[in-house]
Design a binder for this molecule. Structure first.
Ligand code: SAH
Length: 454
């Protein structure tokens, strides 16, 4: 290890920065995340630095005397000879010195930081491959919830009490693991700090007490696992049990915690789906058993996803739940097919419509849907394609209006069929697209030819 990581308390210390330009500004932005005082020495200093209340600006060239009383100095000028001089003088005096972008002149270097204070993660490639260090940092940023720091603060607040309550180290560790991986942590992440504290104190008073479960209603997006949200992924890796249906792709189910129980509630080969009210009840029962229940749904749970019905019973029974939005099929399919849903020249509005026509066609406002310059997105529209096209033409939409049918959008099996209101029913008959498919209707579809990219 060329560099050994230490964390430096900068409270009441003055950090000296030589240089007042863009390089100095970058370092100052970083340093002033701590409560250090910063003294900037340079003939010219950028206004952003001057207006930083933590900075004292001294407008003059560097002189060796500037190092008096300083422990940490950063040379951040573009003049190599000056940076070298600062480094040599500082080292002679036994100071800590960093020269931006010149590892050989430094005895300390600045890591990439993931800041979830009081939890702070430092990553360095020892000055060898900064881009690599930044990429590791990006990975950590995406997996550690933004509010992790609150959890660390809560742990700090109860550290002593937990020590008194459990004298054995193993018991303490077990307690904290339960807190950090359980419902208490979830309360913290969703901003319910009071509930988090209550849940922690309940478990402290009676560790045998089973804490109440929770339901996560999570949108899994249209199929490509890369389109999951950070929050969806985290909850998928937390859950004790998962209820999922056919729209959730195998690639996404791969990302669910290995030892979570999986319950399929979609259509079987017999084509009978589990009745909705049974699913609603099952969510309640599992949560009352103290489980963290993940209800994973394709796309967004609140867009043709019956999400409202599923949480209705939970709300009545006062079972805690969270709803995590997902990328809905309209957004996913249109993006991956290169069809912007709105466009200044072609469509000023977009409507998401169910193509599941309950009693033939009468239940949709066809006249409104036939107005020009709006994009229509039909979910579940494959079986009703004939009716949809006929009704739109009948109510005034031009028969040559372009229409796209996106099969299995965002997945490796994505296929886009392009036609017009007049021709699409025949195309469907001939090509037999496979579900799920999404139908996009409107002038924007004409952009597909130019904008398609995958
Ligand atoms: N809640 C979901 C929609 C559920 S309704 C969402 O927000 O996306 C089911 C319909 O969604 C399907 O009939 C189909 O029209 C559409 N759909 C979902 N995923 C799709 C995909 N990957 N490609 C094409 N259509 C999709």
């Amino acid at each position: 290890m060329d560099y050994f990581p230490l964390y430096h308390r900068l409270t009441d210390e003055t950090v000296l920065i030589i240089g007042g330009g863009a390089i100095a500004l970058r370092k100052i932005t970083l340093i002033t995340k701590s409560d250090a005082k910063v003294r900037v020495v340079a003939p010219e200093i950028r206004p952003e630095i001057q207006s930083n209340p933590q900075c004292e600006c001294i407008f003059k060239p560097f002189e060796p005397n500037d190092l008096a009383g300083i422990k940490l100095v950063i040379a951040a000028t573009e003049i190599e000879a000056l940076n070298r001089e600062v480094s040599e003088l500082a080292k002679e005096r036994g100071l800590l010195v960093n020269v931006v972008d010149s590892p050989a002149l430094c005895n300390v270097i600045f890591p990439s930081i993931v800041d979830r204070s009081p939890l702070v993660i430092a990553i360095t490639s020892s000055g060898q491959a900064p881009v690599l260090a930044r990429s590791v940092r990006a990975k950590l940023e995406s997996t550690i919830p933004a509010s992790y720091g609150h959890l660390a603060s809560l742990a700090a607040k109860y550290r002593e009490k937990v020590k008194q309550r459990f004298s054995k180290l193993d018991d303490r560790r077990y307690f904290w693991e339960k807190i950090i991986n359980g419902v208490t942590a979830e309360h913290v992440y969703s901003g319910r700090l009071e509930e988090a504290e209550r849940s922690l104190t309940d478990q402290l008073d009676d560790p045998k007490v089973r804490s109440a479960g929770e339901v996560y209603l999570v949108g899994a997006g249209p199929g490509d696992p890369d389109l999951l949200t950070f929050k969806a992924l985290r909850l998928m890796q937390q859950a004790d049990v998962v209820l999922y249906d056919a729209l959730v792709s195998d690639a996404i189910m791969e990302l669910v915690r290995r030892d979570a129980e999986r319950i399929y509630v979609g259509k079987r080969s017999s084509n009978h789906a589990v009745p909705q009210k049974d699913i609603n009840q099952r969510l309640v029962t599992l949560a009352l058993e103290g489980k963290r229940v993940l209800r994973l749904k394709g796309g967004d749970p609140f867009i043709f996803g019956r999400g409202g019905e599923e949480i209705d019973l939970l709300a009545e029974q006062h079972i805690p739940f969270q709803v995590v939005p997902g990328i809905t099929a309209a957004s996913g399919c249109s993006a991956y097919a290169g069809i912007p849903l709105t466009h200044r020249d072609y469509a000023q509005s977009v409507r998401f419509v169910t193509g599941h026509l309950k009693d033939g066609s009468s239940d949709l406002p066809w006249a409104e849907l036939s107005v020009e310059k709006q994009t229509l997105v039909f979910y579940m529209g494959l079986n009703g394609m004939n009716t949809i096209c006929q009704q739109l033409i009948k109510h005034g939409r031009h028969p040559e209006t372009p229409i796209a049918l996106v099969q299995k959008g965002t997945t490796p099996e994505q296929k886009v069929f392009i036609g017009t209101l007049a021709s699409m029913p025949k195309i469907v008959e001939r090509e037999k697209p496979q579900a799920p498919t999404l139908t996009i209707i409107g002038e924007v579809v004409s952009l597909h030819e130019k904008l398609k990219w995958c």
